[in-house]
Write a protein that binds this ligand. Structure first.
Ligand code: HEM
Length: 515
């Protein structure tokens, strides 16, 4: 079994000096086993000649101000994100080209980026010897530092910055300390959640999934990572509302909220929302985390980070990275699995219940390893809809990137941008790439495809370390995703849903939960 599937949180690598991700910085030659026509997947080191003659990166005429504004309006309103990229692939006859990414004027100085839309060019964004990840977490602009206590938090740091290794190792310490609490706290918080969904269904015939699930995710994170039950504090149910506003203040330049386009574009895409408006709410968040983080803040001081900086970083990793990620991921997973229908549900229920039964009724990480369909369904959810779809990096030097059919020269300082769903739905790698195929990652051949699952800002077959920018919570996230599917099918034989769009993914309503 690939290393990525052994969900043991403690052995996460957090020692500087651990072997660099040589598999990325060196040349990898990988040929997809079920699509023999694909050329070998090679991240070409500068020392090796490219496989194709070098071409100029295609671009349309780019007039200052006018084109970035037009691109922004096309992206959000006149074409929509996916058509924005698809139409440009057709125009340029290339999956690599230049375009402007939102927000553009007046927030970002230089919105022009090199767009990467295939599984071969995209992984250059993981190669920190080639791309710098400093201040590119949200793209071509950065949110005000007032929203994070004046600190540049870990997500905005390049591994070459000294604080990156310290802060990432602090998170590994936190996750390792919480390892034994994840399964019991997940089970207990989500048991309450599903009980509430059943009650709501009984009364109203339907139950909205997203907001109650978000509150449950926050309770679960607070209880497992901080040993604190929000209900026992004066903070109680306030957190999800505050976090929603706080994330909005950071991401508004790159979000659509469904307002009339002219008003929305003026309100949120041309200037940042004033951070002063949520200062007092953020202060409440800070108090809650400061009170709950004693042992982690002690550890921070030991490794040379002030309690204040550590606390702002914990807020960011728990509320933005973890809570924000789960709030997008869980409804999307339930949507994909719900749409796949009762036949899949029955198979999942059989597999999950039989393993849990043979384990004396217990859910363990080892037990979940024996559920190949459940594991594949989780990976397929990550593949088809990566929860964080946009990734950026700035070229640290001149180098050559390759798509499946061409090579292009990138100059030092240029910004590279990848829209991940196009890389993980690349038809040259995945058969029926646009379809949710539940058993796609099962068996030896299926597992070979895991290296093309990129949701964590790295390959699923690789691990986060202090030297790379792969999601610090990768194993944790895979674990909680598996737990959601297991909990769902331990309780129910099948379920039905209705789905609408929301600012960050799917808005799911349960219309039945059948035992
Ligand atoms: C569904 C949940 C999650 C998703 C989808 C997710 C996704 C990601 C992605 C895509 C990145 C890279 C962003 C970039 O640089 O472009 C990232 C980075 C990061 N994530 Fe996660 N994440 C999730 C949960 C978590 C959790 C639970 C934690 C920790 C408790 C965490 C901590 C981090 C940190 C600290 C980074 C920056 C890593 C670094 O600077 O080296 N994330 N995450």
């Amino acid at each position: 079994m690939a290393t990525s599937t052994s969900l043991v949180i403690p052995p996460l690598q957090f020692h500087r000096g651990s072997k660099r991700r040589g598999s990325i910085s060196a040349s990898i030659s990988e040929t997809s086993t079920n699509t023999p026509s694909i050329p070998s997947i090679t991240i070409t080191p500068t020392t090796k000649p490219p496989s194709f003659p070098i071409q100029k990166i295609p671009e349309k005429s780019n007039f200052p101000f006018i084109t970035p504004v037009k691109d922004r309006l096309d992206y959000f309103y006149f074409q929509g994100r996916e058509d924005f990229f698809k139409s440009r692939i057709q125009t340029h006859r290339s999956t690599v080209f230049r375009a402007n990414m939102p927000p553009g004027p007046f927030i970002s100085q230089d919105p022009n980026v090199i767009v990467l839309l295939d599984a071969k060019s995209f992984p250059v964004l993981f190669d920190t010897s080639k791309v710098e990840k400093k201040d590119v977490f949200t793209g071509t602009y950065t949110p005000s530092l007032e929203l994070t206590g004046g600190y540049r938090t870990l997500s905005y740091l390049d591994p070459s910055e000294p604080n990156h290794a310290k802060l990432k190792s602090l998170l590994f310490f936190q996750l390792k300390s919480a390892a034994m609490k994840v399964i019991p706290e997940f089970r207990s918080t989500f048991a309450t959640f599903f009980d509430e969904m059943e009650t709501e269904l009984g009364v109203n015939g339907k139950a909205k999934f997203n907001d109650p699930c978000g509150t449950t995710c926050f309770n679960f994170l607070a209880r497992s990572l901080y040993n604190t039950n929000p209900a026992d504090t004066k903070f109680d149910k306030e957190a999800p509302g505050i976090i929603k506003k706080w994330i909005l203040f950071q991401l508004s330049p790159v979000l659509t909220l469904g307002l009339p386009w002219l008003i929305e574009d003026l309100l949120i895409h041309q200037a940042r929302l004033p951070p002063a408006l949520i200062k007092s709410s953020y202060a409440k968040l800070y108090d809650f985390f400061y009170q709950s983080s004693g042992p982690i803040l002690d550890e921070a001081e030991k490794i040379g980070i002030s309690r204040d900086e550590a606390c702002h970083n914990l807020i960011f990793s728990t509320c933005f990275n973890a809570y924000g990620g789960m709030k997008i991921l869980f409804p999307n997973m339930v949507k994909q699995i719900g749409r796949a229908g009762a036949k899949l549900h029955r198979k999942l229920a059989e597999e999950i219940r039989s393993v849990v039964r043979s384990n004396g009724g217990k859910i363990t990480m080892a037990g979940m390893e024996q559920m190949p369909l459940m594991k594949s369904v989780v990976y397929e959810s990550f593949r088809i809809e990566p929860p964080v779809p946009l990734q950026y990096g700035r070229a640290k030097k001149d180098f050559v990137i390759e798509s499946h059919v061409a090579a292009f020269e990138v100059k030092e300082g240029e910004v590279l941008f990848g829209y991940q769903p196009f890389a993980t739905r690349d038809p040259k790698i995945f058969e029926k790439s646009e379809d949710f195929v539940p058993d796609r990652f099962m068996g030896e051949e299926g597992e070979k495809l895991l290296k093309y699952v990129f949701w964590s800002n790295g390959r699923e077959t690789e691990s986060p370390s202090v030297d790379n920018k792969q999601c610090a919570g990768k194993d944790f996230v895979v674990l909680v995703s598996r737990l959601l599917v297991v909990e769902l099918f331990l309780r129910y034989d099948t379920f039905d849903i209705e789905v609408k769009k929301s600012a960050l993914g799917a808005a799911v309503t349960l219309t039945s939960l059948k035992r």
